[in-house]
Design a protein around this ligand. Structure first.
Ligand code: RP5
Length: 163
């Protein structure tokens, strides 16, 4: 059986951010693929990826992009596979440009938009896992354990931190 989650990004430079999604899917045992698909530099690749997503069995697409971040929205226009968008943090505008570019979709073509950058990518993977877990009891159990482990790691009281 093929991979269930596609992690796509507009550029190699997005990988340090998007790796945060891949790491969570590794932890949870969810199969995925990673591809560079740019709305601007490789539009034909975007078109083909979206056109074949359903037949290839993809169930969720996580799309990260920065700046004029058109990749998630264009992918959502091309396939009914749910798209989760990750706004990559930019130098010029701190990722607010990416956020607005991904968030403000017109009615009919939704993108589930995450936080900017290093929180957004892992959260995209956790959201993807939650969607897949609706039909996968073993994954649901792993996700519950992951969440409990995080919760248990939070101390009751703050501590002084010495450098
Ligand atoms: C977007 O432009 C990419 O998603 C990336 O975040 C941004 C900058 O890309 P590079 O110039 O670093 O390749 O398409």
């Amino acid at each position: 059986m093929g991979v269930k989650v596609g992690i796509i990004m507009g550029s190699q430079s997005d990988w340090p951010t998007m790796k945060g999604a891949a790491q969570i899917l590794d932890d949870l045992g969810v199969s995925y693929e990673t591809k560079i698909v740019s709305a601007h530099r490789t539009p034909d690749r975007l078109w083909t990826y979206g056109k074949t997503a359903v037949e290839r069995g993809l169930q969720v697409i996580i799309a990260g992009a920065g700046g004029a971040a058109h990749l998630p929205g264009m992918m959502a226009s091309k396939t009914r596979v749910p798209v989760i968008g990750v706004p990559v943090q930019t130098k010029a505008l701190s990722g607010v440009d990416s956020l607005y570019s991904i968030l403000q979709m017109p009615k009919g073509y939704p993108v589930a938009t995450m936080a900017i950058g290093s929180a957004g990518a892992p959260n995209a993977a956790l959201l993807a896992a939650g969607i897949l877990a609706l039909q996968d009891a073993a994954l649901a159990e792993r996700l519950d354990t992951w969440r409990t482990t995080l919760s248990d790691s939070i101390p009751d009281e703050p501590q002084d931190v010495h450098p």
